[in-house]
Design a protein around this ligand. Structure first.
Ligand SMILES: CC(=O)N[C@H]1[C@@H](OP(=O)(O)OP(=O)(O)OC[C@H]2O[C@@H](n3ccc(=O)[nH]c3=O)[C@H](O)[C@@H]2O)O[C@H](CO)[C@@H](O)[C@@H]1O
Ligand SMILES: C=C(OP(=O)(O)O)C(=O)O
Length: 441
């Protein structure tokens, strides 16, 4: 079993380059299924386990893919199967995003039920409601969801009860090939939705309003391959912003898009951290003490749930009491128990965690309970006394490219050890560009 070993006490300094966004690239790869002709060439594709999983899923459907220097080439015309297996959907819930494209292109799809995960039950009722409104018949049985359309899907007006990111994406992809116009109201507004809409429009779709609560999609008859560059990962960027702040460091997060990180920037500034928004990235510096602040997770442009645990690590070393309220996922406080092993003083009251700052964190053996929790434990380790060992790294590998190598290059005392590490073939070049051989072929 691999582990990350962190020895606390080093202030991070230097330049770190942000990789392409996991949550943008996954729906984009799913959307490539819609291309009946031509090739999709997607650049800045991060070498993540989740990317491998969705590529394996497309391969299992007869689609061929190649990956070289962060460029993924997809030939989706060869689509032969409309099924997504339990093994692949179980590994990663975003696999469910193939349902909309399959249904739109082939008129049918059979996708394993995604189920819940550590952070919540995560139902898919809004996705299904959208497909049904477009005329699909949905059946659930034997652990699968089967959807069938009689001919093309029909454009519809769909109001989402929750501004779900995944439902907005799945419906948008399905509607791209539907007959007539679809309007999604109370749509999610995340930057990843905009990136997906840009990709679809390059394929020939007619989508307007992505990034607002109302998206209008005029269905077209055919979509074809295109080229696209994925947006930088705002959550990875935010994680390194916190790494700079927690260690009292000075880090330039290269490639971070300031607009995508406004809520994180605002909270860091409230805490007394210097954040300098530049054209090609964000510089984060901290010289003084940190003030406690309250925060509440919300859909974009609110504070992202995917930054909640990293921010909690930072609040642990601030002066005073902070209240962190999680409104997006009902069970996203699993990291609290792990932080407590490091001497953190946190109380949970319903959907809020009362974080007492100022305790001296001590290194300990802890386990990642989800992707962001794993990153947050490493961040806490950077300022803990002694050695912290973080296990269950498969969570971190889902969403961070070369996490330890990037921290190491910023001066952290961190190493990854174990049998998996040997297989990863990671190289750490001067510039910390990706350096991974995922071998998708
Ligand atoms: C691959 C990807 O992009 N993952 C992101 C995406 O997940 P994901 O797309 O799964 O998140 P959603 O926006 O759908 O979920 C938000 C809330 O809506 C609920 N819900 C969702 C769909 C539905 O049909 N019914 C329903 O009740 C969920 O249980 C959750 O409580 O957005 C989340 C919220 O920003 C992020 O934390 C995830 O990192
Ligand atoms: C919750 C996350 O991802 P997913 O939706 O893929 O589980 C995340 O990226 O923090």
């Amino acid at each position: 079993m691999d582990k990350i070993i962190v020895r606390g006490g080093k202030a991070l300094a230097g330049n770190v380059k942000v990789s392409g966004a996991k949550n943008a690239v996954l729906p984009i790869i799913a959307a490539s299924i819609l291309a009946e002709e031509g090739t999709c060439v997607i650049s800045d594709v991060p070498a993540l386990d989740d990317v491998r999983t969705i590529c394996d899923l497309l391969k299992s459907m007869g689609i061929s893919l190649t990956y070289d220097h962060e460029v993924l080439t997809i030939h989706a015309s060869e689509l032969t199967s409309v099924e997504a297996s339990y093994e692949l959907v179980r590994k990663m819930r975003a696999s469910f995003l193939v349902m909309g494209p399959l249904l739109a292109r082939k008129g049918q799809a059979r996708v394993a039920l995604p189920g819940g995960c550590a952070i919540g039950t995560r139902p898919i009722d809004q996705h299904l409601k959208g497909f049904e409104a477009m005329g699909a018949k949905i059946e659930i049985g034997q652990g699968f969801i089967e959807a069938k359309a009689d001919g093309r899907l029909k454009g519809a007006k769909i109001y989402l009860d929750i501004a779900s990111v995944g439902a907005t994406e799945n419906i948008m992809m399905a509607a791209a090939l539907a007959e007539g116009t679809t309007v999604i109201e109370n749509a999610a507004e995340e930057p990843e939705i905009v990136d997906l809409a840009n990709f679809l429009n390059r394929m020939g779709a007619k989508i307007r309003g992505a990034g607002t609560g109302s998206i209008r999609i005029e269905g077209v008859e055919k979509l074809k391959g295109c080229t696209h560059c994925v947006i930088p990962d705002r959550i990875e960027a935010g994680t390194f912003m916190v790494a700079a702040a927690i260690t009292g460091g000075d880090v330039f997060v290269e490639g971070a898009i300031c607009d995508h990180l406004k809520s994180v920037t605002a909270k860091l500034r409230e805490m007394g951290v210097e954040v300098d928004e530049q054209e090609n990235g964000i510089r984060v510096r901290r010289t003084g003490p940190l003030k406690a602040v309250d925060l509440k997770t919300l859909p974009y442009p609110g504070f992202p749930t995917d930054m909640q645990s990293q921010m909690m690590a930072l609040l642990l070393v601030s002066e005073g009491t902070s209240i962190v309220t999680e409104t997006v996922f009902e069970n996203r406080f699993m990291h609290v128990e792990e932080f407590r092993r490091m001497n953190a003083n946190i109380k949970i009251e319903g959907r809020s965690a009362i974080v007492e700052g100022g305790s001296k964190l001590t290194g300990s053996k802890v386990a990642a309970t989800d992707l962001r929790a794993g990153a947050a434990l490493v961040l806490a380790g950077l300022v803990s006394e002694g050695e912290t060992e973080v296990t269950a790294l498969h969570h971190i590998d889902r969403g961070y490219v070369n996490f330890t190598e990037k921290l190491l290059a910023l001066g952290a005392d961190v190493e990854r050890v174990g049998p998996e590490e040997k297989k990863r073939e990671a190289v750490v070049p001067d510039t910390i560009k990706v350096s991974f051989s995922p071998n998708f072929a």
